[in-house]
Write a protein that binds this ligand. Structure first.
Ligand SMILES: [Zn+2]
Length: 188
């Protein structure tokens, strides 16, 4: 039997064009280690901290599970803030996490100076929370939408969605035309 799977956020625009959108599109993380690997892939934390936190998560399993719970809360909050800015609940949760992130952070001198977010199990979560602040304050949210190209449902900025339209849209167009030709022959 042929089953039609619902399209996932795995097209060329899955990175959303912004780390906070990539985070929403990443779906459910299996556990802390899974979230940690994703954070390292995206460059939110460096290699040394990744190894350190991986060992730390083994020693403090309950705290690591709590972070995974907070990760899901943040994913939902960002999605809500982006898709329905009139609902302030998402903004309130992001505000709370940004406060926690900055409470742990130290401003390091440099050109430019940068925030170092600490070395706790929560650090990658805080990095994403601050990415969410950047998304909401620096990006025109009117350009952020769910991708409508067949085979993709990522939440992405316009430029990223164009990549899907170019790479997947063309393919879907061909499939549509072939299906149409088949139907046309069948009813002729
Ligand atoms: Zn897409």
């Amino acid at each position: 039997m042929h089953t039609i799977e619902s399209p996932g956020p795995d097209g060329p625009c899955a990175d959303g064009g912004h780390p906070a959108l990539a985070f929403c599109n990443a779906g459910t993380f299996a556990d802390y280690r899974d979230f940690l690997a994703w954070s390292a892939d995206l460059g939110l934390i460096d290699c040394a901290l990744t190894l350190e936190l991986s060992a730390e998560a083994d020693r403090h399993r309950a705290q690591a599970s709590h972070v995974v719970h907070e990760v899901r809360t943040l994913q939902a909050a960002i999605r809500l803030a982006v898709t329905d800015p009139s609902d302030t609940a998402g903004y309130q949760r992001i505000t709370r996490m940004a406060h926690q992130a900055y409470a742990d952070a130290v401003l390091l001198p440099g050109t430019p100076a940068r925030w170092e977010l600490g070395r706790a199990l929560e650090t990658p979560l805080y990095a994403v929370a601050l990415a969410a602040v950047d998304l909401l304050t620096e990006v025109d949210l009117r350009t952020v939408r769910q991708c409508s190209v067949a085979g993709c449902s990522a939440l992405a900025v316009e430029d990223a969605r164009h990549r899907c339209a170019e790479e997947l849209g063309g393919r879907a167009g061909v499939a549509d035309r072939q299906a149409y030709a088949t139907v046309a022959r069948a009813i002729a």
